[in-house]
Design a binder for this molecule. Structure first.
Ligand code: LLP
Length: 424
């Protein structure tokens, strides 16, 4: 469910025609729907029902300050993976006690930053990291709240680049070693061993891998309880998929029901379940607007060359991901021949495409297109490759809209660059 619909032949975000935004801000431009964000957050929250829970939105999916602030207003916490994301979350007004820190390569400076801010917990991914955190905590004379991220060796049946719960992946502590690593952690007085964490992958389209991994977590919690260790947090990660094309991922309700059924048995007054959804909250809440620059027919292939490229939206190039493309004005497609076209950007690589062999009308230059489902891992993965300033970002709320990040300028791109003395 999202709030991008045609009204009188024009694609609108809530009440605002995308044309109006494109005319004012230029293209490419990301547009986010506040109503969709709110709706997705609430549906996810309600799906978890009376299970005591905290939703920590995964900032890597979209770390724009307005998106974080909008979710923060609804009560969300944030899942971060860097000192940069910590700073963004805090500046967006997310309370530190709702921030969890994941990631395999946390550095001492980032750990110190997190401990000083007094975040909720750090998800620890290796024994070496455990020792590092204990050392930093000792220096700061603080106790570090930690959860161990375990790797359950479950196949999440998703794209290999975003599968994280298989034993050959770099993430987490092998579940078979977890008991031993908990003992080590419990022996370090600088650590408050308060949680267990697991995230098996992203864009999950079946609930079964999640059920399998949760089953393993429940067993581990039983073992720890028998040992007298009563954890306060069970972080079940993110990963719930969305519909880009013809996938049928579990609904938040189905996901919530499965989670509640598995975890009911664990119910204990001290236990809070943490979820780290990213894509399911923001994916369908955003589109990327782009204009057609040229139509080109090579005789073998037809191309729409547009002003957005792989630097703006990397997912098609990196994962072969499908994003639906819609005309902002239906009239642009009227009486134009339809057929398979590649929608490509101006970047000097054949890997620079946004869609392949898509059945679209051969629209005229200037036509405005909306690349759908681009709210997650869109802007957050954008780069300035080919010295292309990153797009503007806009948020819509009913009839109102506002630029929530200005388009980068070429000056922004060159900030900090200088000639060495011998070239001056
Ligand atoms: N928690 C952890 C520890 C994660 O690594 C991730 C995503 C999430 C939560 C959020 O997962 P989500 O609910 O969004 O599936 N760039 C890729 C996705 C990478 C996901 C990385 N980790 C893409 O564009 O598909």
């Amino acid at each position: 469910m999202h709030h991008f619909d045609y009204q009188a032949g024009e694609l609108c975000c809530e009440q605002v025609p995308l044309r109006v935004i494109a005319e004012a801000t230029g293209t490419p431009c990301y547009v986010y729907s506040h109503a969709t964000l709110r709706r997705h957050y609430r549906v996810f929250d309600e799906a978890l029902g009376d299970l005591r829970h905290l939703i920590c939105f995964s900032a890597k999916a979209n770390s724009n300050g307005a998106v974080l602030a909008a979710l923060g207003r609804l009560g969300a916490g944030v899942d971060i993976v860097s000192g940069g994301e910590l700073e963004r979350a805090l500046r967006a007004g997310i309370p530190a006690h709702k921030i969890v820190f994941s990631g395999v390569g946390k550095q001492a400076g980032e750990v110190a930053q997190a401990l000083s801010a007094e975040i909720l917990l750090l998800n620890v991914e290796s024994e070496a990291e455990l020792e590092l955190i204990a050392g930093v905590a000792a220096t700061l004379r603080r106790r570090a709240p930690v959860a161990l991220r375990v790797n359950p060796d479950v196949d999440p049946q998703t794209h290999p680049y975003i599968a994280t719960g298989l034993r050959e992946s770099k993430f987490g502590i092998p579940i078979a070693d977890a008991r031993r690593v908990y003992e080590r952690a419990l022996a370090l007085p600088q650590l408050d061993v308060c949680g267990l964490d697991c995230h098996i992958g992203s864009q999950l389209t079946s609930v079964q891998p999640l059920v399998d991994s949760l089953g393993a977590l429940v067993e581990l919690i039983d073992v720890l309880r028998a040992r007298g260790v009563h954890l306060r947090y069970l972080d079940i990660g993110g990963g719930l998929g969305i519909r880009y094309a013809d996938e049928s991922p579990p609904t938040p309700d189905e996901y919530g029901a499965a989670v509640r059924a598995l975890l009911r048995r664990l119910a204990a007054p001290e236990l809070t379940v943490i979820c780290e959804p990213g894509r399911v909250i923001v994916g369908n809440a955003g589109v990327l607007l782009t204009r057609v620059v040229y139509y080109k027919d090579s005789g073998h292939k037809r191309f729409l060359i547009v002003d957005a490229a792989m630097n703006d939206l990397l997912r098609p190039s990196l994962y072969g991901a499908f994003h639906e493309i819609k005309l902002a004005a239906l009239a642009d497609g009227a009486n134009r021949p339809h057929g398979p076209v590649d929608v490509v950007g101006p970047i000097c690589e054949s890997g620079d495409f946004l869609a392949k062999d898509r059945d679209l009308p051969a629209v005229e230059p200037g036509a405005l297109l909306a690349i759908m489902s681009a709210g997650a891992y869109g802007f957050s993965m954008a780069s300035s490759y080919n010295s292309r300033p990153r797009p503007a970002e806009v948020m819509v709320d009913a009839e109102a809209w506002a630029v929530v990040r200005e388009r980068e300028t070429v000056d922004d791109l060159m900030r900090g660059e200088r000639l060495p003395p011998w070239l001056r």
